[in-house]
Ligand binder design. Structure first.
Ligand code: FES
Length: 106
């Protein structure tokens, strides 16, 4: 089990049992996390799968890559830890990951 906790803008928490080798976005959508809209289905051009990685995890996940950065910048979202969840592949190392979701997506 790769337990990943999503915290909505209103503070509601939900922990899912994520599947390895799928993206964080795919796991969120598959588990009914409503704040992850994922309009472009994971192609890094809609920005509606944004999450804010908990500070304790930011170093472990690293920074957004070249595919993500243009979309994040275009979204205008400068929240610390912002990432596109479609570009994060779930691995066993992510067990315990905590991410928040933006109000604008929920
Ligand atoms: Fe569209 Fe991630 S699903 S950018």
């Amino acid at each position: 089990m790769v337990a990943i906790t999503f915290i909505a803008a209103d503070g509601a928490e939900r922990t899912i049992d994520a599947s390895e080798d799928l993206s964080l976005m795919e796991n969120a959508v598959g588990n009914g996390i409503e704040a992850i809209e994922a309009v472009c289905s994971g192609n890094a051009y809609c920005g509606t799968c944004r999450v804010y990685v908990d500070a304790a995890w930011q170093g472990r996940l690293g920074e957004a890559g070249d595919i993500e950065l243009p979309m994040i910048e275009a979204s205008g979202d400068e929240t610390p830890g912002v990432r596109l969840s479609c570009q994060i592949v779930v691995t066993p190392d992510l067990d315990g990951l905590v991410v928040r979701t933006p109000a604008s997506q929920g």
